[in-house]
Design a protein around this ligand. Structure first.
Ligand code: NAP
Length: 241
C-alpha cells in the first residue's frame, strides 16, 4: 500500500520555488508551497499555498496541519527559505551589536532553527504513511557555508551550519565542477531533477549531497574547505546566496 505523493515546499520564490515543484508536479506529485506572500504563478499552477513567516519556528505546526488537511500527508519535504543579508567584512561581529542583532536572530531562525523544527514534523508525517510509500525524504537547500567561512556571511553561515549539523536526511548543495559555490547561477531545473532523484531513492544516498550540472552527485572531500574566504575576491562579491 502507498499514499499519493505530496511535495511540501517551504520557502517558495521565483527560482527553486518555481522550478523544483514543477519537476515534482510533472512526476505526479500534488504540491503545497509556503512563503510569506502568496504568488499568482502558484495560483495559476493549482498549487496549495500557505502563508507563514519562518522567522517564527512555531509557524511550522500550523503549516503541516493545513497541508495534511487540504492536500494530504507530505511524502517529501523541501526546506528552501533563506534569510540573506551580508555582514561588513571589515567588522562582521558588528552584526551582533544590540542595534543589529535582530539580523542574526532572523538568520539563525530562518536558515537554522525553523528547518530543524520542520524535520521533526516531517518525520512524524512520514511515520504515519503506509510502508510502501515512496519518498519519506527531507531535503534542505544548502550551500558551501557549512564548510567555508566567508567574512561577510557570518549570520548567514551560522544559520546554514546549524541546519547542516541537524539535517541527516539531505543537505543539497549545487557546486561548480571545481567545487566552488554557484551563487546566483544556481540552476532550479537541475535542483528539481536531483531532488526528485534523492527523494525517491530506495537507499539513503550521501546526506551531504553536493552535486554539479556535469556529474550529479560529486564528493569534494575536505578540499579547500574550513578556510576563511577573503570576501574581496571578486567572484565572492556577486552577492549570491
Ligand atoms: N549552492 C549554492 O551555491 C546556492 C546558490 C544560490 C542559492 N542557494 C540556496 O537556494 C535556496 C533558495 O534560493 P532561491 O534562489 O530559490 O531563493 P528564492 O527564489 O528567493 O526563494 C526563497 C523564498 O523563500 C521565501 N522566504 C524567505 N524568507 C522567508 C520567511 N521568513 N518565511 C517564509 N518564507 C520565506 C521567500 O518568499 P517570500 O518573500 O514570499 O516569503 C523567497 O522567495 C537558499 O536556501 C539558498 O541558500 C544555494
Amino acid at each position: 500500500m502507498s499514499a499519493p505523493p505530496v511535495l511540501l515546499f517551504l520557502g517558495a520564490g521565483k527560482k527553486l520555488g518555481t522550478q523544483v515543484p514543477a519537476v515534482f508536479a510533472e512526476a505526479g506529485y500534488k504540491i503545497a508551497v509556503v512563503a510569506r506572500t502568496p504568488k499568482e504563478e502558484f495560483e495559476k499552477r493549482g498549487y496549495y499555498q500557505v502563508q507563514a513567516d519562518f522567522n517564527n519556528p512555531e509557524s511550522i505546526p500550523e503549516v503541516f496541519a493545513k497541508v495534511k488537511e487540504n492536500v494530504g500527508t507530505p511524502t517529501v519535504v523541501v526546506y528552501n527559505a533563506v534569510q540573506y543579508t551580508l555582514d561588513n567584512p571589515e567588522d562582521p561581529f558588528a552584526s551582533l551589536a544590540p542595534e543589529n542583532v535582530s539580523r542574526f536572530h532572523s538568520a539563525v531562525a530562518v536558515n537554522g532553527t525553523t528547518p530543524l523544527i520542520a524535520i521533526e514534523h516531517a518525520i512524524e508525517a512520514f511515520r504515519s504513511l503506509p510502508p510502501g510509500t515512496l519518498g519519506k525524504s527531507f531535503i534542505f537547500t544548502g550551500n558551501i557555508l557549512n564548510h567555508s567561512q566567508f567574512k561577510n556571511r557570518l549570520c548567514f553561515g551560522v544559520g546554514k551550519t546549524i541546519a547542516a549539523y541537524g539535517v541527516r536526511f539531505y543537505y543539497a548543495d549545487e557546486r561548480s565542477d571545481e567545487g566552488l559555490p554557484v551563487m546566483r547561477e544556481i540552476d532550479g531545473l537541475l535542483a528539481g531533477k536531483e531532488y526528485l532523484k534523492i527523494a525517491e531513492a530506495q537507499e539513503q544516498l550521501p546526506w551531504l549531497y553536493t552535486y554539479t550540472a556535469e556529474s550529479g552527485y560529486k564528493d569534494f572531500g575536505e578540499k579547500d574547505y574550513l578556510k576563511t574566504v577573503d570576501s574581496n575576491e571578486s567572484r565572492f562579491l556577486k552577492g549570491g546566496r
